[in-house]
Write a protein of this length. Structure first.
Lengths: 115, 113
């Protein structure tokens, strides 16, 4: 049973426009959410995160929005640049006991920014 | 520079052989994780460890084993019992006991030939 879902496997956006990547989750115990960017044959790199007590977090061109009632979060990239082309993973964190937090990842969305 | 080092980057194994993937970190993190990535499957948790000499199974631990004898090192052994070992393996570490980001290594691509 997939607890973190990224329903769009791919997204194409024109350079300079906004990219919106979506993520839904089912476990209401998740209390911290992260976005990672990944290039082929490399490890994911952390982009931005948001705590469940907030509904928005912004870092430069990247903004993450959290809607707890809908169990939905989104990543906005404005303006999109060709270098943003990569796979983006949504991840959610939950306390699993004994000082341990587990990260659960979605399947990823491949973003292509067209020059 | 602090970070996580996985080696080797590419690894080939014959069927029926065990193979060990290395993961070393100098971030002073207590928590370490192993994930597996398959096309269209995202990242799936194999094993994780919160402290030295302790580790727990993740969602897909069958056919894998780990050890955590040192804080800096968390090697993963892919055994011959793993039915479909060809995949991209990622090691990560994280500060224990709080919600923070995890840092990933560059990954190891394992191919069974």
């Amino acid at each position: 049973d997939q607890q973190v879902k990224q329903n769009s496997p791919s997204l194409s956006v024109q350079e300079g426009r906004i990219s919106i990547l979506n993520c839904d989750y089912t476990n209401s115990m998740f209390d911290y959410f992260l976005w990672y960017k990944k290039y082929p044959a490399e490890g994911p790199t952390f982009l931005i995160s948001i705590s469940s007590i907030k509904d928005k977090n912004e870092d430069g061109r990247f903004t993450v929005f959290l809607n707890k009632s809908a169990k939905h979060l989104s990543l906005h990239i404005v303006p999109s640049q060709p270098g943003d082309s990569a796979v983006y993973f949504c991840a959610a964190s939950v306390y699993s006991g004994a000082g341990s937090y587990q990260l659960t990842f979605g399947k990823g969305t491949k973003l292509s920014v067209i020059p | 520079d602090g970070g996580i080092t996985q080696s080797p980057k590419y690894l080939f194994r014959k069927e029926g052989q065990n193979v060990t993937l290395s993961c070393e970190q100098n971030l002073n993190h207590d928590a370490m994780y192993w994930y597996r990535q398959d096309p269209g499957q995202g990242l799936r948790l194999i094993y994780y460890s919160q402290i030295v000499n302790d580790f727990q199974k993740g969602d897909i631990a069958e056919g894998y084993s780990v050890s955590r004898e040192k804080k800096e090192s968390f090697p993963l052994t892919v055994t011959s019992a793993q039915k479909n070992p060809t995949a991209f393996y990622l090691c990560a570490s994280r500060v224990r006991g709080m919600n923070t980001e995890a840092f990933f290594g560059q990954g190891t691509r394992l191919t069974v030939v």
